[in-house]
Design a protein around this ligand. Structure first.
Ligand SMILES: Cc1cc2nc3c(=O)[nH]c(=O)nc-3n(C[C@H](O)[C@H](O)[C@H](O)COP(=O)(O)OP(=O)(O)OC[C@H]3O[C@@H](n4cnc5c(N)ncnc54)[C@H](O)[C@@H]3O)c2cc1C
Ligand code: FES
Length: 504
């Protein structure tokens, strides 16, 4: 089953790493579940330290949200330093900034060590004032940056039409890279250090005094001394971590642009949701301008193409010499209600570790996971353990906690509403909708060849009601971010089982 529609395809090629399904039993010192930036960073750090590592992924290696990223590498918080300090306090905010800066340096070291052809480069990042936002934001962030120890320079103007004298902050020595080429280099190094890759969906994680046992949906079993759950949203969590973060869809569009039109830098505005812009090398005389934004809570809108058009309009007004569009896609980020990821021991467990809560900065969070979790597994401690503690209670973010969870509860009430179409028979090829059948809700989709797929609309994570996403052609769960293919197959965690009663 094709997991995305024809229109949504990022510019990053797949890794092409061979991974066969896990059959029967296997043993490892550490089993890593998930092969995105987080899982691969942890697996690399452990494999190069001599640990026997196994990496399992439900899909192709590196084919999760990391293959949809825009790869801005920054230690500035996209939630703002003022908010970080307000919600977590100055010490935690300093620890967060220090760890994110260390993550960029670690990526820089690793790509040099491995000779990875991933175009890693240091560059400036600019935060510039969006006309609709409070003009004092830039000066307040200048002060907050100094408080957490990050260099920021106050400037006038960014190189966009109409922004010649816009107030901005420049953060020197941030970075970017080609995400899947970097993961490819990590995969090669993991294999060279004896690591193994399997393509199997993990369905259970059982810890005992003897170790941890993983079982896969197809009946495989792995016994390990420690397990790292790096499935973006944790598959081993019911309502612990999942209740402390919320899923958001974000959109990206990429255009050709004549080389030399814009300085190579990262650009973000102060809008909420904000726009994020950067360059990637292209072919011939053109580069590629990658522009993201227009985020919304997962499952709350079904207008992806309109959001892409809005991004394109915004970009063309700022950069009039843009060339043709080369790609458009969307993805999902998980917003922790107190702004910092959850990276550490899985709450209540000793040998099960977790990395989640990427907050739109999951590439650097993944590299933090590499350092923090390998330190915990190899040495039992990390300097950033408290900053990212997965069991923490977000006391100062209680308002946000109540709001996000009230929104999740509302999605259970969707069962009482009428269906979106009277009958599945009314669906045209390529369309999906929720249909009421007696007391149940059915997620119905008609494929381009006319085949009708019908499954229960109840998400197999905790039972919220899924919503059709016509841009991606998949079912999105608004509660904790699971996605399902049109035929009901689980394609994004935390769910791993298909929607029930699938027919087609
Ligand atoms: C459009 C977009 C733009 C972004 N831009 C940036 C940016 O500029 N800078 C930045 O730092 N971050 C950015 N992010 C965030 C960042 O890309 C992600 O947070 C990060 O890549 C997530 O990495 P991960 O390893 O946690 O998850 P993933 O890459 O999603 O990897 C998780 C893996 O787990 C696997 N899996 C799931 N369930 C199971 C199971 N049951 N069994 C086995 N395997 C399973 C999946 O198949 C997947 O391969 C962006 C994200 C998006 C969507
Ligand atoms: S993702 Fe938790 S209920 Fe759907």
């Amino acid at each position: 089953m094709n997991v995305t529609s024809e229109q949504s395809r990022s510019i990053w090629p797949g890794l092409g790493v061979d991974a066969r399904p896990l059959e029967g039993e296997a043993k490892a010192e550490v089993a890593v579940v998930g092969s995105g930036m987080a899982g691969m960073s942890v697996a690399y750090e452990l494999a190069r330290s001599g640990k026997q590592v196994v990496v399992l992924d439900r899909g192709p290696i590196g084919g999760g949200m990391t293959s949809r990223t825009t790869a801005h590498l920054s230690s500035y918080s996209d939630d703002s330093f003022r908010e970080l300090i307000r919600v977590r306090g100055l010490d935690a905010a300093k620890g967060w900034q220090e760890s994110q800066a260390a993550a960029i340096s670690r990526i820089e070291e690793i790509q040099a060590e491995l000779g990875a052809a991933c175009s890693f480069r240091r560059l400036d990042a600019f935060l510039f004032l969006a006309p609709e936002t409070d003009p004092s934001v830039i000066d307040m962030e200048l002060v907050a940056s100094a408080q957490v120890g990050m260099i920021a320079l106050r400037e006038e103007g960014v190189p966009f039409v109409g922004h010649e004298s816009t107030p901005a902050l420049r953060f020197p020595s941030q970075a970017t890279f080609h995400p899947t080429k970097y993961l490819q280099a990590l995969a090669g190094a993991i294999s060279q250090n004896g690591g193994r890759f399997f393509q199997s969906a993990v369905a259970s994680v059982e810890e005992s005094e003897a170790g941890v046992v993983l079982t896969t949906l197809s009946g495989g079993r792995i016994q390990a001394e420690a397990v790292v759950i790096a499935t973006n949203a944790p598959i081993n969590d019911r309502l612990g971590i999942s209740a402390k973060q919320a899923p958001y869809r974000t959109y990206v569009v990429a255009f050709e642009i004549p080389r030399g039109s814009l300085p190579d830098a990262l650009y973000w505005d102060t809008l909420d949701p904000y726009h994020y812009v950067r360059l990637e090398s292209g072919e011939g005389e053109s580069d590629i301008l990658i522009v993201g934004g227009e985020d919304h809570k997962t499952g709350h809108s079904n207008d992806g193409n309109e959001r892409i058009l809005s991004l394109a309009r915004w970009t063309r007004a700022l950069v009039p010499n843009l060339g043709r569009e080369v790609a458009r896609w969307s993805g999902q980020v998980l917003e922790p209600i107190d702004y910092m990821g959850f990276i550490g021991r899985s709450p209540g467990q000793k040998r099960v570790f977790v990395s989640t809560g990427d907050s739109g900065q999951g590439i650097t969070h993944g590299a933090v996971a590499g350092m923090l979790l390998s330190d915990l597994i190899l040495r039992g401690e990390s300097p950033w353990e408290q900053v990212y503690d997965a069991a923490r209670k977000p006391v100062k973010a209680m308002g946000e906690f109540i709001r996000e969870n009230a929104s999740a509860v509302k999605h259970f009430a969707d069962y009482l509403a009428s269906g979106e179409v009277a009958s599945a028979e009314a669906l045209k090829p390529g369309e999906g909708a929720i249909v009421r059948r007696g007391l149940s809700k059915i997620a119905a989709y008609r494929a381009d060849d006319g085949t009708l797929f019908q499954c229960s609309a109840a998400c197999t994570h905790l039972g919220c009601h899924v919503h059709w996403n016509s841009f991606e052609r998949c079912w999105d769960c608004p509660c904790h971010g699971s996605h399902f293919a049109p035929n009901g197959e689980a394609i994004n965690a935390p769910a791993f089982s298909p929607l029930t009663g699938s027919t087609g």
